[in-house]
Write a protein that binds this ligand. Sequence first.
Ligand SMILES: Nc1ncnc2c1ncn2[C@@H]1O[C@H](COP(=O)(O)OP(=O)(O)O)[C@@H](O)[C@H]1O
Ligand SMILES: [Mg+2]
Length: 343
Amino acid sequence: MTDTRPLGGEASARMGFGMSRPGRDPAGAEAAEDAERAAETLPPDARVDLAKERAETGIDEVFSSLDADLVGLAPVKTRIREIAALLLVDRARAQFGLSTSRPNLHMSFTGSPGTGKTTVALRMADMLHRLGYLRRGHLVSVTRDDLVGQYVGHTAPKTKEVLKRAMGGLLFIDEAYYLYRADNERDYGQESIEILLQVMENQREDLVVILAGYKDRMDSFFVSNPGMGSRIAHHIDFPDYTLDELEDIGKLMVAAEGYSFTSEAQETFREYLERRKAQPRFANARSVRNAIERARLRHASRLMVADRPVNKEELITLATEDILGSRVFADHNADHNTETDSR
Ligand SMILES: Nc1ncnc2c1ncn2[C@@H]1O[C@H](COP(=O)(O)OP(=O)(O)O)[C@@H](O)[C@H]1O
Ligand SMILES: [Mg+2]
């Protein structure tokens, strides 16, 4: 997942984000930077072509792949465009010497499992890299277990190691609220939170943190940890998918894997989704992906059991029976009538 493309060049250099200048002594470097900044500052009557700046960053590619790959999520896509606009304007302001410090970019992504938070975070890392706000643009995804140790003295090194890996990119903390245990104020999670807070404040030119998880739990986490809440600049909520959206996500995934549903199977799949949605542990698009994986397994077994030569058509076609084999349709066995979605 590590993205090692070189820095988005000119813009980043102009803004001086974390750019080291090898071979210069610190005092000399500072003076040189001051001189450079002064030389590069545009006169007040200059004009900046925002459309041209935007085209040069290549962020439109990020938007078009977001639109092509992700069904729905209209409010999320709008927020991402707003953030991009804000940063493009911030870059333009910097050219006139108007922006003094880099904007706070820490975010919270709230929503149920499988609503696209991790997927969008990856795109966000790419976008921030292209805009010159992240040096490397990679994503490091962690949970409490990666940050917090079991014994005294283990938490700080673990948290620092994760931060080191994430520098220059985006740190995605899934179910971030597990860092805080209201019933135990001596929990090691607190130590991790304090280190994170410091880095989110002092090294925010080189690291963006996204806290992800359920909305209600995140809200109470911010109430108990106002320091965290106040460092989050953008709260983005990921709504559950509608039945139509889940169906479209299924079609997209099936096509992406080189399969297609018969028209009858398409209807059966919709019925599957309707039932699955009402069951426990439903995980939105992740459940769709898992269902398709299982349909592929049944399809493969069916072809093997048939024990005869198969043609291309048969190899790509998922039929109704490949979906009906799911426990979701086994009404008579209520105890086992739930699909499990491993995360
Ligand atoms: N809107 C969407 N359109 C298509 N696929 C999606 C969409 N949202 C999520 N997915 C897919 O569903 C799976 C789970 O998404 P993920 O981003 O891991 O969700 P979360 O992090 O919210 O639990 C991934 O395989 C992802 O590609
Ligand atoms: Mg996730």
